[in-house]
Each structure stands twice: as structure tokens, then as C-alpha cells.
Design a protein around this ligand. Structure first.
Ligand SMILES: Nc1nc2c(ncn2[C@@H]2O[C@H](COP(=O)(O)OP(=O)(O)OP(=O)(O)O)[C@@H](O)[C@H]2O)c(=O)[nH]1
Ligand SMILES: [Mg+2]
Length: 65
């Protein structure tokens, strides 16, 4: 990743709409959206424009019940 690029990661509690926002910002369906916590497991990284890499994550506390 070139040094001028920024990384923006979507982090938050499970099932709050991180993946939906990720897809919305990219303008295409990349990440799985589902009404169930813990669906996103691996970090997804996609370029957003020239200088930003957008990341979707499993969020915080994803391994808690
Ligand atoms: N009403 C409403 N529902 C939303 C919104 N964003 C997401 N949802 C719903 O919330 C649920 C979870 O959305 P995801 O995007 O999968 O949530 P997530 O935070 O990525 O979930 P994990 O990957 O499991 O942490 C889905 O059923 C979505 O349709 C929103 O802005 N409004
Ligand atoms: Mg998700």
C-alpha cells in the first residue's frame, strides 16, 4: 500500500450494519449482510477511490455470546 493511502476500518459491535455500510460506500455487494451477529469473520479490504482502502471487520467483541 503506497504511503499516501489511508486505511479506514469499520469496527463496531456485531450486527449493527458494518457490512451494509461497507457495500454502500463501495457501491457494490462485496460483503455478506445478514440479520445474525458474527457473519463477517475475515477482514475484507477494498480500494475506495484513489487513496483509501476500506476495510470491513468482524467488529468488536465478535467472539462473545
Ligand atoms: N433498519 C436498518 N437495518 C439495517 C441497517 N444496516 C444494516 N441493517 C440490517 O442489520 C443486519 C446486520 O447487517 P450487517 O451489515 O450484516 O451487520 P454487521 O455489523 O456487518 O454484522 P457482523 O458482521 O455480524 O458483525 C442486516 O439484517 C441488515 O439488513 C440500517 O441502516 N437500517
Ligand atoms: Mg459484517
Amino acid at each position: 500500500m503506497p504511503s499516501e493511502q489511508k486505511c479506514v476500518a469499520l469496527v463496531g459491535r456485531p450486527n449493527v450494519g458494518k457490512s451494509r455500510l461497507f457495500n454502500r460506500l463501495l457501491g457494490r455487494r462485496v460483503s455478506i449482510v445478514h440479520d445474525q451477529p458474527g457473519v463477517t469473520r475475515d477482514v475484507l479490504a477494498e480500494p475506495l477511490g484513489e487513496n483509501v482502502v476500506l476495510m470491513d471487520t468482524g467488529g468488536m467483541f465478535a467472539d462473545l455470546p
